[in-house]
Design a protein around this ligand. Structure first.
Ligand code: NAD
Length: 499
């Protein structure tokens, strides 16, 4: 495969970084393949991009909702045209199997279509005023320049979750893609250019988080930072961005998600739900479940069936057929997996499947690891039951009843996704009302997003401005606007201005 030489896209021009340096993006299933190279940008490039976005803002805003939506609609059509090519690129650059690469692009397409559809939706509300001759409105106005910083694991969907609602509502964008998957970002930008985005409305600056990412989140002329990524970096970005009073930061971060399997669960649903939740994308989804919290009455039966299903999992290069999950994204991802496995053993895990790195010719140049499965009695404050492993590392935790299941579920600082398997509507309701989560599922895996629903977490998983549907609230101001149709000024409570 040919390696792609990508550039920054700033003010409608393809440019090298001021440093003149470049970074490489490798295929994690075969690190001898360089998927592409990108500019290693710093604060000088970010500053150029923010200036371009600022000067394009007024014109883009004045174009109006419908015209902006038309550009996004054109972009969505181009994505449809190139869906298969993009899906293969996603698999090559981030390792997930081709069907998941496709799902990533389709989700991005849905987001672009959803954002385009907003162009003809109401853009505010008409509210009754206390004075009959006044009309009061609440109208959405764009905030200005939006900086988007995204993770590697959904390299097409998440950038478009962030960018398309920002754009349709009239903001301009500076995007810093993950340094692990920059070529997917480049593909998106080539389509945005082809769709006819006016100069400066969308800008991409490649580079590493600590340099290009930090320069964007610290830039004084950025109005909003939309960040999706790890808890550690999210916290850092909130601090970096806090220097400007006007700057708004929405952070969507990781989870220590769980599937709760209650004593009345249908095992035909619970077992596949748990396998998918724990191992899809090698456990590298923000909504992957590292914890299977299972009622003690059924835990032995569950464990046996879960292990049988786990043993059938096929790990390999995502471009080959029948692969359930592909490689870890990089060496650091493998090290994190080993750390969690080691910690679990130190903390008393009864190891059921030892895990470890896969060996053999087909795995020689990739970051492939096996499922690590253990059983552990719950103890408060256990590292391996509280911290995100972001790998195929999963604990089976026996509990007594629904109340203990929820208490164990809530013993983490994170709160993103939760699934419960039960046939009992009263238990389902208890879990719904008492578990800490932003995205809940019943008799389903803990993974799977729909763009017209909010997608975000509580506690350390997010600060309450979900991606997808909820993003408009982060990138627009809801302004009050009151019009007097009368001939005199009448104040509230019936007082005239002279009083
Ligand atoms: P990461 O936090 O390492 O990186 C995310 C982005 O932040 C990258 O673009 C990176 O370059 C940038 N960055 C790093 N340091 C920075 C700094 N100092 N200043 C500014 N930007 C910086 O995350 P990752 O490894 O790419 O992704 C995995 C994490 O993302 C997991 O924790 C996962 O749970 C989370 N995630 C969350 C969601 C969600 O919707 N809640 C979705 C996907 C992934």
């Amino acid at each position: 495969m040919q390696s792609i030489e990508a550039k920054n896209f700033i003010n409608g021009e393809w440019r090298e970084a001021a440093s003149g340096e470049r970074l490489s993006s490798l295929n994690p299933a075969d690190t001898t393949e360089i998927v592409g190279t990108v500019p290693d940008s710093d604060e000088r490039d970010v500053d150029e991009a923010v200036k371009a976005a600022r000067s394009a803002f007024r014109g883009w805003y004045e174009l109006g909702w419908v015209r902006r939506a038309e550009v996004l609609d054109k972009f969505a059509q181009l994505m449809k045209r190139d869906l298969e090519e993009m899906a293969r690129l996603v698999t090559r650059e981030c390792g997930k199997p081709l069907n998941e690469g496709r799902a990533d692009v389709v989700e991005a397409l849905h987001m672009a279509q959803y954002a385009a559809s907003l162009g003809r939706m109401p853009v505010g509300e008409v509210i009754a005023s206390e004075i009959p001759e006044k009309d009061a409105y609440i109208r959405r106005k764009p905030k200005g320049v939006v900086g988007c910083i995204t993770p590697w694991n959904f390299p097409v969907a998440i950038p478009l979750w962030e960018m398309t609602p920002s754009l349709v509502s009239g903001n301009t964008v500076v995007f810093k893609p993950s340094e692990e998957t920059p070529i997917c970002g480049d593909f998106i930008f080539r389509l945005l250019e082809e769709a006819g985005m006016p100069r400066g409305v969308v800008n991409i600056v490649h580079g590493i988080g600590e340099k290009a990412g930090a320069a964007l989140s610290e830039h004084p002329d950025v109005d909003v930072i939309l960040f999706t990524g790890s808890y550690e970096v999210g916290k850092l970005i909130q601090r970096q961005a806090a220097t400007e009073v006007h700057k708004f930061v929405a952070t969507e971060m990781g989870g220590k998600n769980a599937v709760i399997v209650l004593d009345d669960a249908d095992m035909g649903i619970a077992v596949p739900s748990c396998v998918i939740s724990a191992f899809k994308t090698a456990g590298q989804r923000c909504v992957s479940s590292n914890r299977l919290i299972v009622d003690r009455k059924v835990v032995d039966e569950f464990q046996e069936r879960f292990l049988r299903a786990t043993d059938r999992i096929n790990v390999g290069n995502g471009l080959t057929d029948d692969v359930f999950y592909g490689p870890m994204i990089n060496k650091a991802g493998v090290e994190k997996y080993h750390l969690h496995n080691r910690k679990a053993k130190e903390e008393g895990a009864d190891v059921l499947r030892e895990g470890g790195e896969l060996e053999g010719l087909e795995y020689a140049h990739g970051y492939f690891v096996k499922p690590f499965v253990y059983r552990m009695e719950y103890r408060p404050g256990t590292f391996c039951l509280r911290e995100e492993a972001f790998s195929p590392h999963v604990a089976i935790i026996p509990v007594d009843g629904v109340e203990e299941a929820v208490a164990v579920h809530n013993d983490t600082d994170l709160g993103l996704a939760m699934a419960v398997c039960t046939e009992d509507f009263r238990k389902m309701r208890y879990v719904r009302d008492h578990a800490d989560y932003g995205i809940g599922y019943v008799n389903l895996p803990s993974i799977g997003a729909e763009v017209h629903l909010p997608f975000g977490g509580v506690k350390g998983s997010g600060n309450g401005h979900p991606s997808a549907e909820g993003l408009l609230d982060a990138v627009t101001h809801r302004t009050a606007f009151t019009v007097n149709h009368g001939k005199e000024i009448v104040m509230a409570q019936g007082m005239s201005a002279e009083v």
